[in-house]
Design a protein around this ligand. Structure first.
Ligand SMILES: Cc1cc2nc3c(=O)[nH]c(=O)nc-3n(C[C@H](O)[C@H](O)[C@H](O)COP(=O)(O)OP(=O)(O)OC[C@H]3O[C@@H](n4cnc5c(N)ncnc54)[C@H](O)[C@@H]3O)c2cc1C
Length: 360
């Protein structure tokens, strides 16, 4: 800790080719709604609501630094920087070993062991699981709304939970007894009362997520790592939103939290009318339900989104569904319409025939 009471961390990464990947590392870190406080050809300093980070690089490697008032903020900075290095310094990403405050601490700030308090079938294909735990403020603190559930499976019914490694990222002390990770959205959160709700789709193919949702019992435990994801663009006036059931929890949260003045259209594809759920839409965004019936997921949704004129003015497009349909919508919005990265966010939430998409 320095004289001002701020917690600080630093690490050096020896890698001669680091300059080549710095634009990607910089853009990734900036995309978490950083303010660029200073920038030069060989350095950048960014500020977030929870702390600051600084990167400096030369032919010998990269120096990473961060500072935050709270341990949660410092851990978040370590996580952001170490993940960026891991993602872009491939192959063989170098080890990031943090020094400074809380260095070597094996407590993983981003992990919560939570207890299942309720599990309710809210529609024929959606299971709402309420998880109880402590210290849930962080799931509202960083503008991200997803988590990586760490699920017990029939093969690993009693997983060994993660600790923090020297880089601040999850380290699995017993890789043989790792839980199965799957990404889900926090549908509702009440940090003061210590609970969060997750809505899990009961899709037809076996997978740890859908199987857990079908069978989980009150009193069982599950690991939660997060929050995961980037903050949404702060404020648009008009929205075009589209999702299948996997993106429905995220759209529901947006409709329940965006300002009343927001306008536009939201399309949600479900199997049948019985799968429609109540959403306290407090915006001017019109919600349209699409029923696919027995057709494959995503085709009707994609058609509806492509047929809808993209709103003009200060507008934002958001889409989450199966990978092939996400690709089609991204190509249309970004390629055909020429919209920018700051005007759209298109994500593949699952991939047909692939287990554990985006889970790792
Ligand atoms: C940021 C993000 C947020 C997400 N939020 C949610 C959420 O809140 N609720 C939710 O239910 N899902 C959500 N998902 C999607 C979820 O992570 C995937 O559907 C995941 O694959 C489910 O894991 P599983 O173990 O059930 O199946 P897996 O083991 O991953 O896959 C097994 C088989 O099931 C198929 N499959 C997977 N998902 C579907 C599906 N939706 N429909 C039909 N077949 C499928 C796969 O193609 C594979 O063949 C989210 C994904 C991301 C990236």
């Amino acid at each position: 800790m320095n004289v001002m009471g701020e917690l600080q961390c630093y690490a050096t990464v020896a890698r001669s080719d680091v300059a080549a990947i710095m634009p990607q590392i910089r853009d990734r870190l900036a995309s978490y709604q950083a303010v660029i406080a200073a920038e030069a050809p060989d350095s950048v300093r960014m500020e977030y609501p929870f702390g600051w980070l600084a990167l400096r690089w030369d032919a010998a490697g990269l120096v990473l630094q961060g500072g935050a008032e709270a341990a949660t903020g410092l851990a978040r900075l370590k996580d952001l920087m170490a993940t960026a290095v891991r993602v872009y310094a491939r192959p063989n990403p170098p080890a990031v070993v943090w020094q400074g405050d809380n260095a070597g601490d094996t407590h993983l700030e981003s992990f919560r062991l939570m207890e299942v308090a309720a599990s309710v079938r809210i529609t024929p294909h959606m299971q709402r699981v309420r998880l109880h735990g402590t210290g849930l403020d962080r799931f509202a603190a960083f503008g991200a709304m997803h988590v990586r559930l760490q699920l017990p499976t029939p093969e690993v019914p009693a997983p060994v939970w993660p600790i923090a490694g020297p880089d601040g990222l999850p380290l699995w002390p017993d890789p043989e007894n790792k839980p199965a990770p799957r990404v889900y959205t926090v549908r509702q959160l009440n940090a003061a009362e210590g609970w969060m709700d997750i809505d899990l789709l009961l899709h037809d193919t076996d997978g740890p997520g859908a199987t857990w949702a079908r069978t989980v019992q009150v009193g069982e435990h599950v690991g939660v790592i997060g929050p995961v994801g980037r903050p949404l663009k702060p404020q648009a006036d008009h929205y075009l939103l589209g999702a299948d059931e996997t993106g429905l929890p995220a759209i529901a949260r947006m409709l329940e939290s965006l300002p009343a003045a927001a306008s536009g259209h939201a399309f949600v594809e479900v199997a049948r009318e019985a799968d429609v759920q109540p959403i306290a839409n407090q915006t001017g965004i019109a919600l349209h339900w699409i029923y696919r019936g027995d057709a494959p997921a995503g085709a009707a949704l994609e058609a509806a989104i492509l047929a809808q004129p993209f709103p003009s003015g200060n507008a934002f497009g958001w889409f989450a569904a199966e990978a092939a349909h996400a690709t089609a919508v991204r190509e249309y919005w970004r390629g055909t319409l020429g919209l920018g990265r700051d005007q759209t966010l298109v994500a593949a939430y699952w991939r047909r025939g692939t287990s554990g998409h985006m889970a790792g």
